[in-house]
Design a protein. Structure first.
Length: 351
């Protein structure tokens, strides 16, 4: 039997060459890489860092990361805007020719623009509680006096009028006049007492026959009666429109302040040239007013003129002196204030 030699051409067609084996191996590796990329992009968000770059010179630009250092006093409600999405084309697999290594062409995304730098300026410190700055000196809240048109600069009672008008104790007339030489009625004097001393109104009140319930000064008259400044007449009248004499103004102030009468009243009253004209009921209280510097006389300080009608300027001066005696006003130097040489009596507190 004769052995038949192998057909070299058949052996050459059936044996797998080295180049073909490498090409198949590269093709399977490429397909595996594509499949791995396709399955992993769902979680990686188009992350191509796992794939090799086809060229050493090509690189993917990575947008810089903006790091914001928060400030303790800053408001972090504002978030920097996100970078716009980048459109990336699908990778392309080029079919190789027989015997060639297949090539994977990867698209490279355009580097997105860097997000704007957010600079947070430190906010002012507002955690400290609001503080009220107290001035070192308390400013005066007393308004300036009223510039009355008929009270000249050299008027003898101008300073007394200015002090009382700046505190709203006395008021003028609608024509900006004060009428300092006009006599004062008993009702007007009661209204001045109400503004000057502002005593608490008692609950009981005396009903006078000559004062109707709707009389303009009815509250002031009731207060003056209940606080001991004024009294009515025995016939249960008050005579609100009667011009009040100077001696009644002095008696009212001494009674309201409850000043003690001096023991030597005659010696105290000897300062007046017309002391004999003082009514008997008013001698002791006039001496108390003189000893406490409540009496103001014009033009002669030594003439009391007890029965003359009191003017608005005189009432302002005497009420001012009563407030000085109470310690509510500072004294004013005036030659019209009667200065007694007798020591001041002890003041008795009102009941």
């Amino acid at each position: 039997m004769t052995n038949t030699p192998n057909d070299p051409e058949s052996s050459q067609r059936n044996a797998l060459g080295f180049d073909e084996f490498i090409a198949i191996l590269v093709a399977f590796a490429t397909i595996g890489a594509v499949l791995f990329w396709a399955f992993s992009r769902k979680d990686s968000g188009w992350n191509f860092s796992v794939l090799p770059s086809p060229s050493p010179s090509a690189s993917v630009a990575v947008p810089p990361t903006t790091q914001i250092q928060p400030n303790a006093n800053s408001n972090l409600n504002t978030v920097p805007p996100l970078a716009p999405p980048v459109t990336v084309n699908e990778p392309t697999l080029v079919n190789p020719s027989p015997g060639a290594i297949p090539t994977l062409i990867l698209p490279f995304p355009v580097a997105p623009a860097a997000p704007p730098q957010v600079q947070l300026s430190p906010s002012p410190n507002i955690t400290e509680p609001f503080r009220v700055v107290t001035p070192s000196e308390q400013k005066s809240t007393i308004p300036p006096p009223i510039a009355f048109s008929d009270v000249p600069q050299d008027f003898w009672a101008r300073r007394f009028i200015n002090v009382l008008s700046s505190r709203g104790i006395i008021k003028g007339f609608p024509d900006y006049s004060f009428r300092p030489n006009q006599p004062v009625t008993r009702a007007e004097f009661a209204a001045i007492l109400e503004e000057a001393f502002n005593n608490k109104l008692a609950t009981n009140a005396i009903a006078f026959n000559d004062i109707p319930s709707n009389y303009w000064a009815n509250p002031a008259i009731k207060q003056a009666i209940n606080t001991g400044f004024l009294k009515g007449y025995p016939d249960k009248t008050f005579k609100p429109d009667q011009k009040i004499p100077r001696v009644q103004v002095i008696v009212a102030l001494v009674s309201g302040l409850n000043l003690k009468e001096p023991t030597s009243g005659d010696k105290t009253l000897s300062v007046f040239k017309d002391a004999k004209d003082i009514p008997n009921y008013a001698i002791g209280k006039t001496a108390a007013a003189t000893a406490n510097n409540l009496v103001v006389n014009y033009p002669d300080p030594n003439t009391f003129a007890p029965n003359r009608e009191a003017t608005r300027g005189e009432v302002a001066a005497m009420v001012h002196q009563a407030l000085v005696r109470m310690g509510r006003l500072q004294p004013i130097q005036s030659e019209n204030i009667v200065r007694s040489q007798q020591p001041l009596p002890t003041r008795v507190s009102p009941q």
